[in-house]
Design a protein around this ligand. Sequence first.
Ligand SMILES: CC(C)(COP(=O)(O)OP(=O)(O)OC[C@H]1O[C@@H](n2cnc3c(N)ncnc32)[C@H](O)[C@@H]1OP(=O)(O)O)[C@@H](O)C(=O)NCCC(=O)NCCS
Length: 218
Amino acid sequence: MSLASSESAPAIDPAFAGDPSWRVTRELRDGTHVVLRPVTPDDREELRRGFLALSPESRYFRFLHVGAIPTEELLSYLTSVDQRDHVAIGATIESPDLKTERGVGIARFVRLEGSAHTAEAAITVADDMHRRGVATVLLRELLRAARVRGIRTLRAEVLADNDTMRAILERAGAVKVLAESGEGTIAYDLAIGDEREKPSLFDVLRGAAETMALRFRR
Ligand SMILES: CC(C)(COP(=O)(O)OP(=O)(O)OC[C@H]1O[C@@H](n2cnc3c(N)ncnc32)[C@H](O)[C@@H]1OP(=O)(O)O)[C@@H](O)C(=O)NCCC(=O)NCCS
């Protein structure tokens, strides 16, 4: 699947600028449709369910420590977002009768205090949905949401052994920020250019896929 095909009409959809009714639908490589929408406090129980369904490894990679659990405080922090300085976009799959939906991923950023143009980002996709393009469509909308809020740099702190996310970031042109890196973690900064200016992250991700494939082949 070329990543471009899942974004066939991205230019038409407005970026998420804070409107609670914002929704876009994206098609994954297997034809599955995911709905991207703002995360709200009503997502608390679905987030708890998704968190508990994550493997210990995925929790470790996302929360940078072993044994992360969905405490009430953490669930409040992850769902009570102002969608201005703390933005969270969820990906859901709706049931055929459109009566229910299942959360399959969340991408978020938090604007850093004292640096209005930089935000720290994080992303998680449900384990059974990996490698289907969910992170790709989420990251695209997260980048666009950051750009319309005047954010020029997305910072990601990842564990040194999180090869997948490091490959995605490095291939996307993110640079290591050693001064911000910690014990066992590496901080990356990804510059957000003008939408027309730079090749989309997805071209980059496609590159990452090719690199990964190459690495595995070798
Ligand atoms: C990292 C993560 C978000 C990727 O999500 P995903 O939906 O599987 O990613 P995508 O399907 O959009 O893949 C994007 C590209 O990443 C690379 N990639 C993703 N998972 C990979 C894997 N397990 N092995 C090799 N390459 C991989 C590929 O290049 C892929 O390109 P492709 O579309 O050509 O296959 C997901 O693995 C995850 O949630 N991990 C646990 C939490 C975490 O590590 N978060 C990041 C730190 S905040």
